[in-house]
Design a protein around this ligand. Structure first.
Ligand code: FAD
Length: 474
């Protein structure tokens, strides 16, 4: 029996399973698709915090080499956000198809020993105090924990009785991946005029992603879409159709805003699109799912290594508020972008530009969009650093914190010392000395800070479980 079953081999499930396997946990992914890789991609934007998470797994540079970087994010017509000022090694949005992210995570998961069962559609999940039973259309599996990373229509969510409250925000959005004869001058072209809205961005593989929306024509998602219709709406919104031709994907979708109340139901967890859904504006969906996975994986590993069960409740207290915030921010962008009246659009542009000129608001907005601005609640009396994102500080040995995090362990940063304290904790010395000892969690957030090393054993048993039962992972 594996320790953990992950349902769904999308980006969320693959990152989570790879982390667990690297931490010495046996994990099986059940995936309803067959093993073929598709070249159709839903997401195409990878934000700074996700790149930092991938950096902590040694994958960021390989991913960056597959795409193009965008230093400015255009929200609507003349409103842009300068990502170049982000306090990150990755001060941009990386434009690369979702399948590049999935392929990297898949390779890593398989190399770490994850078993992936294809053609395995989960139809039921039941649990008792000791284990969870997962039923596919042909077989039954058991595990200590199950993670439903099975997307928007999650069967796991249904099986554990979680509602998915919310509403559809926009219907009948057109998606077209096309080639163009007259490429746009800018990386990201977006505008809304009257009844028409369009967005065009390059994938980097010769194709362009077009989203178009026509207020006058709301039809069902399964109504066939022609390139002609996309062309016509794009031309109205942007003044040109860029000579679109050779579509490899044409479809309609609707955009929902929904979130489950509980990310944890006993031994079952929900992550990624199974837990939250929102508009594609701001490119947040895959990014948020990957952050969910990075938050949950080390906690599951720690509890399976002896940490108290209550650690798993912090998945809800840390990630549910972030999901809610993403729903709000992506909803605000899409509503702003779709404003109909010219006066409303002018006021919107003016108000947002004015707001972004205020440094505090700018930092908040870019922090939310890129993911680098989120912090987690800290226990009462904890050091002010606890729960904050650990920046990628330079280390005395010439390396960086996010390199030291590779292998899935905690990193203890101080003014001296190097090596492993035990198999849970790597000790490093910072280049710029001074300040407290800082214990960085495997997901790059501060788990503890202080000067009393006598507290460390207690903190580690609460956050990481007992040593020795796992590999060093380095
Ligand atoms: C048009 C569009 C554009 C987008 N653009 C962006 C963007 O730029 N940036 C961004 O961050 N996000 C974007 N998103 C959102 C992003 O694609 C999703 O948030 C992301 O794919 C979610 O990943 P996931 O792993 O949680 O779920 P999914 O990718 O949906 O993966 C779920 C997996 O579970 C499997 N599965 C489902 N049911 C079962 C079952 N019963 N049994 C077994 N397996 C099952 C599925 O086959 C699938 O492989 C976009 C979405 C759309 C629709």
């Amino acid at each position: 029996m594996p320790d953990v079953i992950v349902v769904g081999a999308g980006p969320t499930g693959l990152l989570l399973a790879g982390d667990l396997a690297e931490a010495g946990i046996s994990v099986t992914i059940l995936e309803r698709r067959d093993g073929r890789i598709s070249n159709l991609s839903r997401a195409f934007g990878v934000h700074a915090r996700t790149l930092e998470q991938l950096d902590a797994r040694g994958l960021a540079d390989a991913l960056v080499s597959t795409g193009a970087t965008l230093g400015e994010l255009r929200l609507f017509d003349r409103v842009t956000v300068d990502l170049g000022r982000l306090p990150s090694r990755f001060p941009y949005l990386l434009i690369t198809p979702q399948y590049n992210v999935e392929n990297l995570l898949l390779e890593r998961a398989l190399a770490a020993g994850v078993e992936i069962v294809h053609d395995a559609e989960v139809v039921d999940v039941r649990q008792d105090a000791a284990e969870v039973t997962v039923t596919t259309d042909g077989k039954t599996y058991r595990a200590a924990y199950v993670v439903g990373a099975d997307g928007f229509h999650s069967a796991v969510r249904r099986a554990v009785g979680q509602p998915f409250p919310g509403k559809s925000v926009l219907k009948s959005i057109m998606l077209a991946d096309v080639k163009v004869t007259e490429p746009p001058a800018e990386m990201l072209t977006v505008n809304g005029v009257g009844d028409a809205f369009a967005f065009v961005a390059p994938f980097g593989d010769g194709y362009y992603r077009v989203f178009a929306w026509d207020r006058r024509r709301a039809v069902a998602d399964d109504e066939p879409l022609t390139l002609e219709e996309v062309r016509e709406v794009t031309e109205r919104a942007l003044g040109t159709d860029f000579g679109m031709h050779d579509p490899r994907w044409l479809s309609r979708f609707h955009s929902d805003e929904r979130q489950v109340p509980d990310y944890r139901v006993g031994r079952v967890f929900l992550a990624g699109d199974a837990a939250h859904a929102h508009s594609p504006a701001g490119g947040q969906g895959m990014n948020t799912g990957l952050q969910d996975a990075a938050n949950l994986s080390w906690k599951l590993a720690a509890v399976l290594h002896g940490a108290p069960d209550g650690l798993l409740d912090t998945y809800q207290t840390e990630r549910h508020p972030v999901g809610r915030s993403v729903l709000r921010s992506s909803g605000a962008i899409i509503r702003g972008a779709m404003l109909k009246s010219p006066i409303g659009r002018a006021v919107r542009g003016f108000a947002v530009r004015r707001a972004l000129a205020v440094p505090r608001i700018f930092t908040r907005v870019t922090g939310q969009i890129s993911g680098v601005g989120y912090t987690y609640p800290a226990p009462r009396g904890a050091h002010a650093l606890v729960g904050t994102r650990a920046p990628d500080v330079a280390l005395a040995d010439g390396g960086r914190l996010y390199e030291a995090l590779r292998g899935g362990h905690f990193v203890l940063i101080g003014d001296s010392g190097t090596g492993f304290r035990d198999d849970r904790v790597r000790v490093v010395a910072r280049l710029k000395t001074g300040g407290p000892l800082v214990l960085v969690r495997p997901d790059g957030y501060v788990g503890w800070a202080g000067t009393e090393t006598s507290q460390l054993d207690r903190v580690l048993s609460e956050l990481a479980g007992t040593p020795a039962s796992r590999g060093t992972g380095h």
